[in-house]
Design a protein around this ligand. Sequence first.
Ligand code: TXA
Ligand code: MG
Length: 317
Amino acid sequence: MKNIYSNIFKVNNKNLSKTINYLKKKELVGVPTETVYGLAGNAYSSQSVKKIYLLKKRPYKNPLIVHYYSLKQLKKDVELNDNFFKLYKKFSPGPITFILKKNKNSLLSKMVTANTNTVAVRFPENKILKKILKSLDFPLAIPSANKSSHISPVSAEDVAQEFRGSIKIILNGGLCRIGLESTVVDLTSKPKILRPGLISPAEISKILKIKIKINYNSKIIKAPGMLKRHYSPGIPMKLNQEKAKSNEAFIVFGKKHKKGKNIFNLSYTSSLVEAARNLYKTLRLIKNKNYKMICVCSIPQNGIGLAINDRLNRAAK
Ligand code: TXA
Ligand code: MG
């Protein structure tokens, strides 16, 4: 069998040009971002976008996030508003996705937005991805580079494991700095948070000077991150556990927990940011070790802990 990691390329000028040419030819590539690795394609091309849905086995009704380099480029596709400008100024480029109304003469493929009149947009901060976006005259549709409902990838090797040779280029940008997907905030009407991330509701409230609504289980938006079961290792999980049997994997947090072969500590120093960075990596490691049950201790419900608990709850469904 061909080595599944042979499509991973280190980042240099030659491989960047190769990646850019691939994207121009409407092919897909695996790219690093500061949150999780993504599967990128031309957001203006239905041919390209269709390949993303097929490869991920993603239902067509679940829209994708469009990644931009500049505001100038974005203005062609969506209607901007005051709340957007406030949050953009503070947090972009970075791990935040804005839902905005689509422009009538937008060039975006209808499939990207699942035929709706709203668009999810993000300005990634990762230097490699920024270089790629800057050299293209179209934005990129980039969902997380995993099969629908699986654990999101945080390294180039994770992407290779998900797609086993069916993506020709995966750029290796090392481990993702944040390790959890961006915060999604709907700005099409009264601002609402649809998916928690590193940027917290409190930080967003402070900038917008309003109490922000949280709507993680919207009945209207059935996008993948909103589906009850998602980010799943495919192994039963028990949350808020104080102990685990020796044949069960035990995910813990903080130094009060003892060490052991089956014990996986997300952060000895009780750092929620570090725990977020380690979460998907740990779930994937446990899956690869063939454990049949995962127990997880309780994780503080503040800051990025909200996002960690959100992902754990969905993974355990
Ligand atoms: O950090 C991230 O956002 C990563 C990296 C690769 O940028 N991308 C990512 O994409 O997480 P994906 O496809 O795995 O998740 C897309 C999420 C959905 O769960 C949904 O919440 C939201 O984006 N979304 C996309 N279009 C939307 C729309 N028109 N209305 C509401 N939500 C939308
Ligand atoms: Mg995803």
